[in-house]
Design a protein around this ligand. Structure first.
Ligand code: B12
Length: 348
């Protein structure tokens, strides 16, 4: 690109969009050309082109234009030093001698592409999608430890603002780019535990907990499920009267990522219904989740073990189970990665 920037026509051609689209992005979303010489049309600079690349890429992925523009406006200046040395996004590669032509644009484009996803994922860029969002949380925060992942921080902020699009963006990016186990352990779980503590201390923020739970469910459901001709040999269920299911949803998604299909019965499965399901489907593994001590009744596990054809593995998962009093043949599970290992091995 010449030093004096690109005309609208040239910029549109480079981006592969119509000139009218560029005009719309300028007029509606403020993503216009910034170089202005008196007596000449405005020109698009390298920085403008980086922002437009972000806009183009996000809208192509189905992000609403207003939201995409919010991200694009916050894109770092490619010529500025990288603000966060830990961030994999590096705009340093976009810095080139001022008089260089195509390489600058190519580097800026590549840097923009690389950086969008990592910045979104890191939680460093949270678009202000809706005006007034700042008010919604009333300055309240979800406490996370000092070593919390930046994406978890971004998620906590978005959750307190009841900002579902941003939550969804952060969560889906985490699932897609890190995989389910890390997305759950490093991003979802700390924020869920944090909002639980906030609720316990204040008896407020149930609305935050509900919207966050819903967003987690939606993000976990984007993981493609294994082919339909594979018969699921893993059965996942919450104990009788147990409404907490998110860890099982994470387990189903993590297993799917490993090509292992599962049946997830969901919340509050009465013991009789669980036994009937096992009888009809003959699973190799049953994972029963209890979050609350009140639902961790071990007779549910004993009944499973005394079936004429018991599953190979009967696993107790969740903090509700009395670990010391579990029947000897029950496998206790303490984390998602372990659950994936045990269920995958028994399924093989
Ligand atoms: C989301 C949520 C809900 C949602 C659930 C939505 C859903 N679809 O699952 C809804 C709104 C339904 C809900 C309801 C209630 N909830 Co609730 N909820 C939560 C919250 C925020 C997250 C739950 C979760 O997914 N936990 C899983 C992970 C994130 O947390 P964890 O269990 O502590 O993780 C540990 C282990 O389980 C293990 N682990 C983590 N992930 C995995 C995965 C696998 C596969 C394995 C094996 C292990 C494992 O590692 C962690 C470290 O040890 C928790 C907070 C919390 N700390 O859990 C409160 C929490 C569990 N809820 C609580 C309460 C009080 C309730 C209600 C009674 C509220 C009410 N008054 O109605 C009801 C209970 C209804 C019922 N009978 O079940 C309390 C329970 C306190 C207690 N120990 O008794 C908590 C702890 C909040 C708090 N701090 O006060 N809740």
């Amino acid at each position: 690109m010449a030093n004096d920037g690109l005309s609208a026509g040239a910029a549109a051609r480079r981006l592969g969009v119509a000139v009218t689209t560029l005009r719309t992005w300028h007029q509606r979303y403020g993503l216009g050309p910034s170089r202005h010489e008196p007596g000449h049309h405005r020109r698009y600079t390298v920085e403008d082109m980086v922002r437009l690349q972000v806009m183009q890429r996000l809208t192509a992925q189905g992000v609403a234009p207003a939201e995409a523009a919010a991200w694009a406006r916050r894109s770092p200046d490619p010529a500025a030093p990288e603000p966060n040395p830990d961030s994999p996004a590096s705009f340093a590669g976009a810095v080139a001698p001022a008089d260089s032509d195509e390489p600058v644009l190519r580097a800026a484009a590549a840097a923009a592409r690389e950086s969008i996803l990592s910045l979104v994922e890191s939680g460093a860029l949270i678009p202000d999608v809706r005006p007034g969002d700042g008010r919604a949380g009333g300055g309240q925060t979800i406490a996370l430890g000092p070593r919390a992942d930046p994406a978890a921080r971004g998620l906590a902020r978005a959750a307190m603002r009841l900002d579902a699009p941003s939550m969804r963006y952060i969560l889906e990016s985490a699932v897609t780019h890190r995989g389910v186990i890390s997305a759950w352990n490093d991003v979802m779980m700390p924020v869920l535990i944090g909002i639980g503590e906030r609720y316990e201390a204040t008896e407020r923020f149930v609305e935050v907990e509900h919207l966050l739970s819903r967003s987690v469910t939606e993000a976990l459901s984007i993981v493609p499920r294994p082919a339909r001709d594979l018969d699921p040999r893993v059965l996942l269920a919450a104990a009788d009267e147990e409404q907490h299911t998110l860890p099982l949803e994470a387990l189903a998604a993590a297993l799917a990522e490993n090509g292992v299909p599962s049946r997830l019965l969901g919340a509050r499965v009465p013991s009789r219904a669980l036994l009937d399901a096992v009888d009809r489907t003959g699973p190799a593994v049953v994972v029963l989740w209890s979050q609350l001590p009140g639902t961790g009744d071990v007779t549910q596990l004993e009944h499973l073990l005394s079936l004429p054809h018991p599953p190979l593995v009967v696993a107790a998962a969740g903090p509700g189970w009395p670990i010391a009093d579990l029947p000897p043949l029950v496998t206790p599970l303490s984390g998602l990665a372990e659950a994936v290992r045990v269920a995958s091995a028994a399924n093989a």
